[in-house]
Design a protein around this ligand. Sequence first.
Ligand SMILES: [Zn+2]
Ligand SMILES: [Zn+2]
Length: 309
Amino acid sequence: MFKHDKLNLFLFLVLVGLQVLGLVALWTQFQWTYLPIMLGIYFWIGISTTLYLHRYLTHRGFEMPGWLKFIFATGSAVALSGDPVTWVGDHRYHHLKSDTDEDIHSPVHGFPYAHMMWLVRKPPGFRDRSLRYAADVRKIWYCRLWERPAFYVLPHLGMAALLYFTLGGVGLLWCLYVPMLVVYNFTWAVNSVCHMPSLGYRNFETTDHSKNNFWIGLGAFGEGYHNNHHAKPRCAAHGLRWWEFDLTRYIIWTLEKCGLAWDVVWPKPNEETAIDTVTEDQAGALLLFGAQIRDPRLDTKHEKTDRRQ
Ligand SMILES: [Zn+2]
Ligand SMILES: [Zn+2]
């Protein structure tokens, strides 16, 4: 357990400070002209995390052209989502040790730790671990370059300067730091909320506590179907049933149709229909209320899982 490792005070202040900038915006005058820019940046930095860092770089669920990878990689750096080598190393380790004592971010060590505090209490050994677990990522020149903080912050500073000089300080807060606040917390909620035994539902009896959560899926572009993802880590789709809304999946599908994504690891047709035994009404209840209204079949599995814990 790493919960009691030394606090990285500098990183803690940076992460809190970035979120405070997003909150400060709420006390300033919003202008409707900010909205398209804000949504555009939210979409770019959000999809850069889900489609690029997670489904492409960590799990290699598909291939895409080099220029497109660079656009998404830059989006993740603009949001300061974490340098790709570290991000991939940490996440691969999470899949290996999910909800055990060695998991780097599990709510079994407490919700705040799983949500954000794991980032600032990481033991020094994790750096070496990332170098080994993400050795393939280090072969990409810009990912290797961004291992150095001085280079990693450049896309963020560039975007911040651009927004400041075109829209002013208030525009900068609304268009960059509000989207970052939202993306951070939805991404972190995949680690915290989607591993809480009481929130969400399960399609698969995985050995961890992962859950599917519609609300997290909505804000995190489909990443909330985390139990599906733990059951099929390489699959480019996290939402497997037709009603599990997974925006990242639809974007990968569109890219594939446009010839911009290939070798996509899609679920096999029977994998999607085999689990879909719930009616449309039950589907709505599962999505909105998660574990509170359950499909009896899922209920039995849920209890079995609880008994094992
Ligand atoms: Zn997980
Ligand atoms: Zn994953």
